[in-house]
Design a protein around this ligand. Structure first.
Ligand code: SF4
Length: 306
């Protein structure tokens, strides 16, 4: 039974508890992919914020098999995970960018691991052709599954600036196809991209809801050392939001979501030694506490008004 009604927002942990009646963990895997936005098929160099690890700095080691990566992460997190199950999460680079035969092999290798109860795959909306979609549909019919799409912004001018490599209709079209196949998808957005103000950011969140996404991942922009984003930042010193501004936007977004929309993330994860700005984002605990405080404050204000 879904019990999201009395929650401040419906987190992925809440969803897992409602669906599996236990805490579920994720193990992040590296399927050995690259990205069409890096290898020249769509563009060279990738999105300007993307790290060398393809936006998956905590994923497994690509030189190892999928089973070995899962086992390694299970061992590493054994005190946390205990007897609980895990979702195999293909996180970094573009995890549908390959021959369907290869995709099938690694997805099923993960699904056949005894601790794995489902699969999550991160990809780009321009990398879901009919053959891939058919494979995803097959998996979706037989296993617990979701797909993740990196949209980041609905503003195509900003998308060009960050070299995302596709326009908004590509996302909307992919979302439509996934909805038609009943495949759950999670859309990523970034708060703090160059040239975006609060109202632009709220529009992206609204579009994600309207596109029928099952879940949302909200990231704070991380300016990572050695990326083209760092170069741009040094050249034009675009605005970096303060933590207070970030928290206000996240809470406004959370309050605008449908009550059953699954919130996978409300802030980013960066490596301490690599993040140039915003430095406040490294104190993840504090950011989460401030979001919680702001949510409570708004609830209190709402009660006062009633
Ligand atoms: S689509 Fe993902 S992996 Fe590819 S360059 Fe952009 S952030 Fe990196």
């Amino acid at each position: 039974m879904v019990k999201y009604n009395n929650r401040r927002f419906y987190s992925l942990n809440d969803y897992f508890k409602d669906t599996f009646e236990e805490k579920i963990f994720k193990v992040s895997l590296d399927g050995g992919f690259t990205c069409p936005n890096r290898d020249g098929k769509v563009a060279h160099g990738g999105c300007i914020f993307c790290s060398d690890a393809g936006s998956g700095d905590f994923a497994g080691n690509r030189r190892k098999s999928i089973t070995e990566q899962i086992d390694e992460q299970l061992e590493f997190m054994k005190d946390k995970i205990k007897d609980n199950k895990v979702i195999a999460y293909f996180q970094n680079f573009t995890n549908t960018y390959g021959e369907v035969k290869y995709l099938r092999q690694i997805y099923y290798e993960a699904l056949n691991h005894p601790k794995v109860i489902g699969l999550a795959i991160g990809t780009r909306p321009d990398c879901i052709d009919d053959d891939v979609l058919q494979l995803l549909e097959e998996i979706n019919q037989n296993y617990f599954f979701w797909l993740e799409l990196g949209l980041q912004t609905i503003d195509d001018k900003v998308a060009k600036l960050i070299n995302r490599g596709y326009d908004l209709p590509v996302y909307l079209n992919a979302a439509k196809k996934l909805k038609e196949k009943n495949i759950k998808f999670v859309t990523h957005m970034i708060i703090g991209l160059p040239n975006e103000e609060r109202e632009d950011i709220l529009k992206t969140a609204k579009c994600i809801v309207d596109s029928g996404a099952w879940g949302i991942k909200i990231h704070s922009l991380h300016i990572i050392k050695g990326t083209r984003l760092e170069k741009l930042y040094n050249e034009i010193k675009f605005k970096v939001f303060t933590m207070e501004e970030y928290v206000e936007m996240v809470v406004t977004i959370l309050k605008s979501l449908p009550e059953n929309m699954v919130v996978h993330r409300v802030t980013g994860d960066g490596k301490k030694e690599e993040v140039v700005e915003p430095l406040w984002s490294l104190n993840k605990r504090k950011v989460l506490n401030e979001i919680e405080k702001e949510l409570k404050k708004r609830e209190y204000m709402q009660m006062e008004d009633e």
